[in-house]
Ligand binder design. Structure first.
Ligand SMILES: NC(=O)c1ccc[n+]([C@@H]2O[C@H](COP(=O)([O-])OP(=O)(O)OC[C@H]3O[C@@H](n4cnc5c(N)ncnc54)[C@H](O)[C@@H]3O)[C@@H](O)[C@H]2O)c1
Ligand SMILES: [Zn+2]
Length: 351
């Protein structure tokens, strides 16, 4: 068992342990309290894990309710947001009761945003069941939903009261969903931990506790220094500017992790060609991405990616901030003009 303490606007523990789901009720009762618990999950995770969670919550004395959404990004929408708010109200939830997000990033973002809005903020527990949710979305307090005009356009910062990561649940993930999470793990290595990065040459399935713990420690430290993404937190977006562009261009058919993998490879190539990093650094990044069976190339054109990157919500005033690798374990933020952005994309696509 590992425990990571986050000190942000709210302080909370992330507990990472095999079989934790079975004793989740007790942990939640002790740290979060309340008398009612709303399990928010998707249909796939519901069939696999909701029963276990429900049982332990009842054993801990909770009156348990459950709201199940269809799995997939399409569920992170305003309809479900409003439906869960009504569900909480109709079942008499108070601010002191707990919303328990059981699932991947879709469930976590939607449940988190709903919990943040219900009575201006109720108790929230994240129980991540994908690798991406375990190392990234369940930690740090970003919550939100998609609007018709684009992804994550409505949201807020809302830290959970507790994160319970039972990594045994990751064993049922489809291979491509697991692989997608590996892209984020590689990202953590590149942005801040050489030894984590080097260790990724060995398979990670048998040491998930160690890997997840290290990743959330890195995210914790970055979030503690810059909770609302005024500056430093942007470092977590390594590979994401072009990654988001590729996701958008593919109509979200390219999974997030695969798009980020391509984005990281593009940044690595461009930075080597611009002498921002050495060729060997770029090669290490690209080799590691390939090692995990993730893509490093895309068929989209410079112009497509340029236009899609400009439509990103983080763009402001003709300047875009890119995260550039300097060496493995160290990245920097670099303000880039539109001409330079074009050049980065052009150099990043050239293989
Ligand atoms: N809040 C943040 O900081 C943050 C960070 C990164 C990504 N995100 C968001 O996270 C979302 C992506 O998250 P995701 O990749 O976890 O996707 P997801 O939640 O859609 O899960 C992927 C698939 O895996 C299934 N699944 C989940 N757990 C399972 C398990 N244990 N066994 C078998 N199947 C399981 C789900 O039903 C789904 O079909 C996006 O909406 C993205 O915007 C948020
Ligand atoms: Zn990501």
């Amino acid at each position: 068992m590992a425990k990571v303490r986050v000190e942000a606007s709210k302080s909370y523990d992330i507990i990472i342990s095999a079989g934790l789901l079975q004793s989740a009720g007790e942990h939640i009762k002790n740290t979060v309290g309340g008398t009612k618990a709303a399990i928010i999950t998707d249909d796939i995770v519901d069939k696999l894990y909701a029963r276990t969670l429900e049982t332990t919550l009842i054993d801990a004395g909770y009156e348990v309710f459950k709201f199940v959404i269809p799995n997939g990004e399409g569920s992170k929408n305003t309809e479900n947001f409003l439906a869960i708010l009504d569900f909480l109200a109709e079942n008499g939830f108070t601010r002191k009761d707990a919303a328990v997000a059981l699932g991947g990033g879709v469930v976590g973002d939607l449940a988190g945003f709903t919990a943040a809005s219900y009575m201006r903020g109720m108790r929230l527990v994240q129980v991540p069941t994908t690798l991406l949710a375990a190392v990234d979305s369940s930690v740090g307090g970003k919550t939100g939903i998609d609007l018709r005009a684009g992804k994550n356009l409505a949201g807020t910062f809302y830290q959970p009261d507790l994160v319970l990561c039972d990594y045994l649940t990751l064993s049922t993930l489809k291979e491509d969903v697991f692989r997608s999470g590996c892209a984020e793990v590689i990202k953590y290595g590149v942005i801040s931990d050489t030894s984590l990065f080097e260790s990724l040459r060995e398979p990670i399935e048998s040491r998930l506790e160690e890997i997840i713990t290290r990743c959330v420690e890195i995210k914790r430290d970055i979030v503690a220094a810059d909770e609302r993404e005024g500056g430093l937190r942007q470092i977590l977006n390594f590979g994401h500017t072009f990654g988001h562009a590729i996701e958008l261009l593919s109509d979200y058919r390219t999974p997030h992790g695969e798009a980020v993998a391509i984005g990281m490879a593009m940044m690595a190539r461009a930075c080597a060609r611009l002498a921002i990093c050495g060729t060997s650094t770029a090669e290490s990044i690209i080799d590691m991405i390939r090692h995990y069976g993730l893509p490093t190339e895309t068929a989209f054109s410079v112009e497509d990616i340029y236009k899609a990157a400009l439509s990103d919500k983080k763009m402001g005033g003709g300047v875009i901030t890119l995260v550039v690798p300097i060496e493995i374990g160290r990245c920097e933020l670099r303000k880039t003009s539109l001409e330079e952005l074009w050049e980065f994309i052009e150099l990043g696509l050239k293989t």
